[in-house]
Write a protein that binds this ligand. Structure first.
Ligand code: NAD
Length: 345
């Protein structure tokens, strides 16, 4: 079965997804929409230059208004890969049109909006996924399985990196800040491995990137977390590591569990057990391609089966990062309630 796909926002991320999708025979790239039409035409040229052998050139309809795309081409699913601030009406329009959605992380800037979009998805029952591709790495799945039922005491998750060039990332009102934008993958995996957060206290500030024009995001954020299962966590984020990052610091989770110590990267996990040699679990599978294959298959079969990051789960990862941002802004501890309110303590 052919799965007809539309794309809203044809920037760097969409093109990355499209490069995967042209390798999936069932996926037809049917409609491209971007307020900057040149990004659509550039994407068509790029993709037609890298087509796998035997794949016909892509000829999507090109649009600058998402409603025009939804009204004029037949689509089974839509990839929404927008700057964080642009989520809202577009997501609602796609959901109301009954299309399956692959929505990029972060799903919004404000928790209230993400919850509204989540409720709309639940109400319509459309197939839905969020772009947390790390969950599809076999080593991540195996790490989760080995921690299942084991008491976890502590997790450390640090993400130090550089400041992305895209201008909207450095504006708090447009990206939501780097904890929400960049660190969301690690924090999603913290939830996947450790469980749900209960209370968070974060200290954050802008101390290293004050000389960057038009920047008002926190450039350091250090969170302490108490999880509902009594584990505790230390989570640190900075986009100011221009001098580089020491090995085994960034994008790696360290988990201390009962008789197991785990260092989990996105494609490799090292497991220590008392009296045993260190065990390494690796995966060389492309997790982003696996995510796209799972999504296309789910849309073809009209099922959530195979989707490891549905919107309602991604909403919880978003609430976690949002709580870290809010705690730093308020300089107060916050609690995440069961119905995903972030309440100052
Ligand atoms: N899962 C991942 O690993 C991953 C990797 C990179 C980016 N992302 C996420 O993908 C999203 C997009 O990032 P990007 O790097 O592609 O950004 P980008 O700025 O390169 O592209 C965004 C595109 O959206 C377009 N756009 C803005 N408003 C629009 C509107 N109203 N209608 C249609 N198009 C509109 C812009 O013109 C631009 O071309 C971000 O949320 C980012 O965090 C995820």
């Amino acid at each position: 079965m052919t799965v007809k796909l539309g794309f809203i926002g044809v920037g760097g991320r969409s093109v990355h997804e499209m490069r995967d999708l042209i390798k999936i025979p069932e996926a037809e790239l049917t409609g491209f929409c971007d307020i900057d039409e040149s990004r659509c035409t550039a994407a068509v040229d790029t993709l037609n230059g890298v087509l796998p052998l035997g794949r016909n050139p892509i000829q999507p309809g090109i649009f600058t208004d998402h409603r025009a795309m939804l009204d004029s081409v037949e689509l089974d699913a839509v990839y929404i890969s927008l700057p964080t601030f642009a989520h809202g009406q577009i997501d609602h329009d796609v959901i109301a049109a009954g299309k399956a959605v692959m929505i990029e992380k972060p799903i919004a800037i404000e928790l209230s909006l993400a919850k509204e979009i989540g409720a709309h998805i639940t109400e319509t029952g459309i197939v839905n996924a969020v772009g947390y591709q790390m969950r599809y790495a076999p080593s991540v799945g195996q790490t989760r399985a080995l921690l299942e039922g084991v008491p976890i005491g502590m997790v450390i998750a640090v993400r130090w990196g550089g400041l992305p060039g895209t201008p909207w990332w450095r504006v708090q009102e447009q990206s939501g800040g780097m904890l929400i934008e960049q660190h969301t993958h690690s924090i999603d995996l913290v939830r996947y491995f450790v469980g749900e957060p209960d209370t968070i206290y974060a200290a954050g500030d802008t101390v290293l990137l004050n000389d960057v024009p038009n920047l008002n995001i926190l450039d350091v954020n250090a969170m302490t977390v108490r999880f509902k299962n009594r584990a505790v966590g230390m989570i640190g984020n900075s986009p100011a590591a221009h001098a580089g990052v020491p090995p085994n610091v960034t994008n790696v989770l360290h988990i201390l569990a009962k008789d197991i110590t785990v260092t989990a990267g996105f494609n490799s996990t090292t497991v220590l057990r008392p009296g045993q040699e260190a065990e390494t679990i690796t995966s060389d599978q492309d997790s982003n391609l696996s995510m796209n294959q799972a999504f296309v298959a789910a849309v073809a079969n009209n099922t959530q089966e195979g989707i490891l990051s549905p919107y309602d789960d991604a909403l919880r990862s978003f609430a976690f990062t949002y709580a870290g941002q809010k705690s730093a802004e308020l300089r107060r501890e916050v609690r995440i309630t069961d119905d995903l309110e972030v309440v100052p303590q």
